[in-house]
Design a protein around this ligand. Structure first.
Ligand code: SF4
Length: 238
């Protein structure tokens, strides 16, 4: 049993889906879009292994900076946009060293937590800019309402398991660059509704310890990738 970022989200959407996926091991169809997200995360992470601050500083124009960053990624609009976002970030920094994240893909382990909560997920990135510690998540899909609570729950997990104190939460949406929902492609915000996020994390952990997996049927069940399995099931769970 584990509580990762996606497990947390899954449980909040439907505890029975959590049960199917994380207790019974049901994988569901591996959607192409999921693979695109995995590749994107991987390439965004590797970019920082290979990019050189010296090379960036040697560039004599914004065009040069953008071309240099672009050279690390494959073809594709997602990568064009991510390059643009990172170029804008680089240009905005007073201290260019701050372009390199403090942390990438950090695995959060809750010391002293019960077994069912030991593994609490991997956070994509933490930056330190102008003295502020910023929790950053990559989102290869589209912007959706609720991102603030999602990021705030990750903030709670980070602060429960590390010494970091998060000053801002941020989601990078390369798909949304120039889009109508989020024109800049970047969602960034000072923490808000923290108690709500803290209560949600505590609630999910408590429910997992009590092994509560009740079905939560609602009008989105039709789109659930485990719907067939779920509706066939005779299982009545609390
Ligand atoms: S079909 Fe509905 S109730 Fe069943 S697992 Fe999916 S979301 Fe939950």
């Amino acid at each position: 049993m584990r509580l990762s970022k996606s497990a947390l989200q899954t449980y909040l959407k439907c505890p029975y889906h959590y049960y199917l996926r994380y207790i019974l091991g049901y994988q569901g169809p591996k959607a192409e879009v999921m693979q695109i997200g995995i590749d994107f995360h991987d390439r965004a992470d590797k970019f920082f292994d290979n990019v050189s601050l010296k090379e960036l500083a040697n560039q004599t124009s914004i065009f040069g900076i953008e071309s240099y960053i672009r050279s690390f990624f494959p073809e594709g609009k997602l990568y064009d946009n991510f390059t643009h976002i990172e170029t804008v970030l680089y240009m905005s920094l007073n201290n260019k060293d701050e372009f390199m994240p403090l942390e990438r893909e950090i695995k959060l382990v809750a010391e002293g937590a019960p077994d069912d909560c030991l593994d609490v997920g991997i956070i994509d990135r933490i930056d330190k800019i102008n003295g502020e510690t910023i929790l950053i998540e990559y989102k290869s899909g589209k912007f959706r309402q609720g991102i603030n609570q999602e990021l705030m729950m990750y903030k709670v997990l980070v602060e429960q398991t590390t010494d970091y104190k998060i000053d801002k939460v941020c989601a990078i949406y390369p798909k949304e660059l120039y889009g109508s929902a989020l024109p800049s492609g970047v969602y960034i915000k000072k923490p808000s509704h923290e108690k709500q996020a803290r209560d949600k994390v505590a609630y999910v952990k408590d429910m997992l310890r009590k092994k509560k997996w009740q079905q939560k049927k609602h009008n989105l069940c039709a789109w659930c990738d485990a719907a067939d399995l779920c509706f066939e099931s005779e299982m009545v769970v609390e």
